[in-house]
Design a protein around this ligand. Structure first.
Ligand SMILES: Nc1ncnc2c1ncn2[C@@H]1O[C@H](COP(=O)(O)OP(=O)(O)O)[C@@H](O)[C@H]1O
Ligand SMILES: [Mg+2]
Length: 219
């Protein structure tokens, strides 16, 4: 599939384990994009790059090498200290890709990557727009609205939200109303999800058209 327009954005989350990697795989497959996970903390359950490669079935050349892979599944600043390999922000420069690119950040926005630099500070320097992945369930209103406030305060462009998990009757509507941001997708909970499910959802949720509209509104 040849994409006419290239889309480059960051997939950020309101927390760890909210579904950033799965949603990244969804976009990587749908857009046939490159994927970059600059900082990977924890390798025992496999890396996010490995998961995205398997789930999206994208060619391996499109999975870019991590800048840092740490052994321990803790916040990047501490994982780096444990491995005696502190993060240097000059090693986090965006790869020089002209085609579509999905960059998955670590943890939530406010996780430290060094003792005096937060993930959100790095997001600001990358200067790419953000898609924010949040949980659909109880607790998400507070986490998501706080995350949006932190991004807006720093003038970081937010393309929209992906609400991930079991369908919730009110949270997406409430998030949309308070944030004034589009809901790019309500991504359902799917057991044993595979690339066929991703393809079906890409069509059903009309993601290509949503992205076209949102990107062109912002640019
Ligand atoms: N919508 C979903 N349906 C089924 N499993 C999901 C869904 N979203 C996330 N998961 C699973 O939950 C776990 C955490 O998701 P992950 O994408 O790794 O989160 P993060 O990258 O934010 O830490 C993974 O095992 C993932 O496959
Ligand atoms: Mg992840």
């Amino acid at each position: 599939m040849i994409q006419s327009q290239s889309f480059q954005f960051l997939v950020c989350g309101t927390d760890t384990d909210v579904g950033k990697t799965l949603i990244s795989a969804f976009f990587v497959r749908g857009l046939q994009s490159y994927y970059w996970k600059p900082i990977q903390s924890g390798i025992n359950d496999g890396t996010d790059s490995q998961f995205v490669r398997k789930m999206s079935q994208i060619e391996k050349e499109k999975i870019l090498n991590e800048s840092y892979i740490f052994n321990t599944p803790v916040s990047p600043h501490w994982a780096a200290e444990i491995d005696n390999n502190l993060i240097k922000t000059e090693c986090l420069n965006l790869p020089n890709i002209k085609e579509s690119l999905v960059v998955e950040t670590a943890g939530g926005l406010m996780v430290p990557i060094t003792r005096n630099f937060l993930q959100i500070d790095q997001i600001k320097t990358w200067n790419l727009p953000v898609i924010l992945v949040c949980r659909s369930s109880l607790g998400t209103l507070n986490h998501t609205l706080l995350s949006i406030e932190a991004l807006k305060k720093r003038n970081i462009r937010i393309l929209g939200l992906v609400v991930n998990g079991e369908k919730h009757l009110d949270n997406p509507k409430t998030l949309k109303e308070f944030s004034n941001l589009p809901i790019i997708a309500e991504f359902p909970l799917i057991k044993d999800i595979n690339h066929n499910d991703l393809d079906i959802l890409w069509q059903e949720l009309n993601i290509q058209e949503n992205l076209d509209l949102i990107f062109n509104r912002h640019s």
